[in-house]
Design a protein around this ligand. Structure first.
Ligand SMILES: *Cc1c(COP(=O)(O)O)cnc(C)c1O
Length: 407
């Protein structure tokens, strides 16, 4: 008899986006003339930068000729891309990261989901609340939690991110071993200062813990005092893995390219307490289970680091930031508490009512789709997330409609 991994039975069906789609469909059917404006799903809306498109075309032409054709590449990614990443994203900001500490992949979702395989099943795991659901569900699948009860899984440590702590979690009361952090945050849009990040790095060093730092929204940071990488904080090389993606930063959500940084000094511990290099374990796992990102896509990613590429991705992010700032201003003017939108495409709004009720209100009265915060955890229950991933004209129309609806 073929038996299943019964940890999968603990998973809560994710109805969030299906539920949203159903309500939107129902609204459209009863209001066929109303143009719905979608400010919900976390996907970019603008085309790839021109520099990336040129590099893609050129690489496709190389694949068309025997002399320049490429088959399997290195599992870790081509050196041309890893070297460009190390130079531009880290060394230029004083973070000592080398090309052989970078692992190119087809997504930060896969990497943040897969990394937990390297660690024991009886470790204590801490996740933010609200949370990017991938961190939680992959640990549930691996058997690191108990059952789901009262809006959370037993055995997981939820780090509350609320107005009281400025949406940056406090250190946990009880010790934890694996810590997921995400800044600029999805869904709240909050950022962490260098000093705050230092307290987490110090905590990890004192407790022999490991921080998994998701920096998928790093390109939206506009204040140079804020850390773009955890490796800008002293001591992080020994206790942190960082995830980056070209998805939100360069419009690659449909093209697929990301990378994970595992410094050689980063350690976890064997059964006898002996330190083991996390990099070597990840390298082994990656080379065993993954065969590399396609050559044309890696060339397109490399083009992000050309002077034109840098200008174009900055313009893309600036456009989304302008939208998010407009959303934040509009909701603040209506008297709502908001966070995010200044170094993030997301604005997290405290609606002071049930998040699904607020969702329904905005859809029914304004024809605007947001994301109910309850889908991200207990701390999201009275919040909604609005994203700047749309055109400025649509964002302006959406806010005008919401202002009229809430009067
Ligand atoms: C979008 C997103 C990612 C990136 O996912 P990809 O698989 O690289 O497209 C990673 N983390 C968070 C929190 C995200 O919102």
């Amino acid at each position: 008899m073929i038996r299943i991994n019964d940890h999968f039975l603990k998973l809560q069906a994710s109805y969030l986006f299906a539920d949203i789609a159903k309500r939107v469909e129902h609204f459209q059917a009863s209001h066929p003339d109303k143009a719905i404006i979608r400010l919900g799903i976390g996907d970019v809306t603008h085309a790839l930068p021109d520099a990336c498109i040129r590099a893609l075309h050129q690489a496709v032409d190389e694949m068309a000729r025997d002399q320049s054709f490429r088959g399997y590449g290195p599992e870790q990614g081509y050196a041309f891309l890893r070297e460009a990443i190390a130079r531009h994203d880290f060394q230029s900001r004083g973070a000592e990261i080398e090309a052989d500490e970078i692992f190119v992949s087809d997504g930060a979702k896969c990497d943040t989901g897969n990394i937990q395989e390297l660690f024991a099943t009886d470790i204590r795991v801490a996740v933010p609340d609200p949370v990017y659901p991938v961190y939680v569900d992959t640990n549930v699948m691996a058997g690191r939690t108990g059952i789901y009860r009262n809006g959370g899984y037993e055995g997981l440590v939820y780090l509350a991110c609320t107005k009281d702590n400025g949406y940056v979690p406090r250190l946990p009361d009880a010790p934890v071993d694996l810590i997921y952090l995400c800044f600029p945050n999805n869904p709240t849009g909050a950022v962490i200062t260098r000093e705050q990040l230092q307290t987490w790095v110090d905590y990890a060093r004192e407790n022999k813990a490991l921080i998994l730092y998701d920096a998928a929204y790093e390109a939206f940071i506009r204040d140079d005092r804020l850390p773009r990488s955890i490796y800008e904080v002293p001591g992080a090389r020994e206790v942190a893995v960082e995830f980056r993606s070209f998805s939100k930063t360069a419009g690659f959500t449909g093209t697929r390219c990301a990378y994970t940084v595992v410094p050689k000094a980063c350690q976890a511990y064997g059964p006898d307490g002996r330190p083991v290099a996390v990099r070597d374990l990840w390298n082994r796992r990656h080379a065993t289970k993954f065969n590399g990102v396609s050559y044309p896509v890696q060339r397109a990613a490399e083009a992000v680091y050309s002077p034109e590429g840098q200008r174009q991705v900055r313009e893309l992010a600036d456009g989304y930031l302008k939208n998010a700032a407009y959303v934040r201003q509009a909701f603040s003017d209506m008297g709502f508490d908001c966070v995010g939108g200044d170094h993030s495409p997301y604005v997290w709004i405290d609606g002071q009512r049930d998040s699904w009720a607020f969702f329904d209100l905005l859809l029914d009265k304004a024809g605007v789709v947001c994301t109910p915060g309850a889908g991200f955890g207990r701390c999201g229950q009275t919040h909604i997330r609005i994203s700047g991933f749309n055109s400025f004209a649509n964002v302006q129309t959406a806010m005008t409609r919401i202002q009229a609806a809430l009067q």
